[in-house]
Design a protein around this ligand. Sequence first.
Ligand code: FEO
Ligand code: CA
Ligand code: CA
Ligand code: CA
Length: 653
Amino acid sequence: SAAGAKTPLALAFDAVRGAMTDAVVVPAGYTAQVLIPWGTPLNSKAPSWSAERHITPEIQANSVGMHHDGMHNFPLDEATASRHMLLALNNEYIDQKALWAPQGGPTGMDEGGKRPADEVRTEINAHGVTVVELKKDGDGHWHPVADSSYNRRYTSATDMVLSGPIAGSDYVKTQYSPNGTNTRGTNNNCANGYTPWGTYLTCEENWPGYFIKDAGREMDDNRIGISEGRGRYGWETAAGDDSEQNDEFARFNATPRGDSATQDYRNEPRTFGYIVEIDPYTGEKAVKRTALGRFRHEGCWPGKLVEGEPVVFYSGHDSRNEYIYKFVSEAVWDPADANRPGANYDRLAIGAKYMDKGTLYAARFNADGSGEWLPLTPDATTQDGRTLAQALNLAADDLAGVIIHTCDAADLMGATPMDRPEWGAVDPASGDVYMTLTNNSDRTVEGTAPTFTNDGAAIEDMGVGYGTAPTNAANPRADNGAGQVIRWREGDTATRFDWQVFVFGAAVGDADNFSGLTEQNQFASPDGLFYDDREDEQGILWIQTDNGYPGVADYTNNQVLAVVPQSVDYAEGDAAVIDGSDQEQLKRFAVGPNDCEVTGVAFTPDKTAMFINIQHPGNWPSVDDATVETDGTVRPRASTVVIQREDGGKIGV
Ligand code: FEO
Ligand code: CA
Ligand code: CA
Ligand code: CA
């Protein structure tokens, strides 16, 4: 049985049926309240929400951002933590149609159009992170605390510090920061993480689409997919032509223009792709922790914490055939560094202690159920016997260069290309790590794996990664639309682990419905994942979906499922851990409104309130009760939803 396993609990709600409505569906006996939707004022500089209002840059900078994704709650006092907290949440990207609804859409998105500066500023301010103080009233209703000094925004324009191996290196010197110590903004913050010392981690995922580089492209620009021609929302067009270049927007155009890196923004994309640490209690300047690698970070999850041992963080690169990573700190955990809720002290100095020095690894999943963590250090030996530094054409001790080229380094070491790693979750009792692999349309039986040779031409090829990857034991289905959840347990050494596929997504009638899913739990494209640690019994693993897989998408909108994992015996080598015999322990708990994805999870410590985010809904919400179907048409707003039991009891049991 699992090391340190607790008493298993039984799910005590009736699974909800699939639904396709403009409402949130929860089990009988539960309520769902709309909380802090996009545009909710954080202070008196922003007006209350109006569906007719034009959103100025100043209004957006002082209101909740758009497209809520990962989040985490932080107590102000342990005694009141289940009714009073700070919530930090990601605002991943924007719905321009909703943002510019009063004027009928964005300006200048047509071919070659130039975007107006103020529209771009509003869009920049709608991205990033929101920190907001929340309280529960006596009647169980939650509300944001207006004008709280904790309420603040971090946007795609906020000054941030670069820390760890790349800080101060030539790779990140720009016109804005000639010393390579700072950058502006964080972008496409998808999933999240948190630290034992009370900070929030926000993770930069699909940021490469916001930058363009039309000339002077380097290996990492290609490998990570920096745009050409036009950025996702055309922010760079607001800079004007070459004679007027406004630096506020020109930074999104990384095409070299000056004589050196400090005269333009060729290196600006190299200041993105990181885990960003925020102290929600103090609002100190956010720090990009570059030692954890540079890629499209979905999220970042701390491993089981043990006094006197290194602190571990897991992370996934959400792109087809990309990798899973682990960071192991050089410093060992000292319980004196644990969070002191509400107190004002330098948590980011503690972050530097555990996150700026350590070793980054990429995962290899072997067919026999074993796994290996491959170190991404300049002196590591690649598959063909060179050092990583040699293979990447770097100086022998250039750790910053390895970090900049994290994905190529993982290729060279022989990491296993995965079916789009999204969220992770750690069972704090056993230390088992779960991770969603959402889907992969570029997976075939044969694959077209990249080949590396020793000459310069091969270095150019390396900017590509895999075209399609061959099926393998951890990613066994070609053209995988439904996805799976894997789990692993660390072994006796720092580089060994054992792994299993925990559950396969599928529609009921599928030939490859390997986990025997039924109507009460069929799902596809798992994305959000959260393990709700409970004091005296085993926690529940929550799975959220971001699905377009026919069969499931025709049956239900995106959903939240609860599962109680059975204890693990990795030695048995049982491929499908959820195998059809234990369906009562995997149930659909909630369904979101039309067009949304459900993402982000937080729980009060007493487990009586569960927070989820409804991202990119099509026509919702219309009233405070999230379960009420929209009547007519509304300007849609991403929102947090708080789910509670009518009798005030614990969620799920
Ligand atoms: Fe923003 Fe990988 O989801
Ligand atoms: Ca999303
Ligand atoms: Ca996601
Ligand atoms: Ca997704």
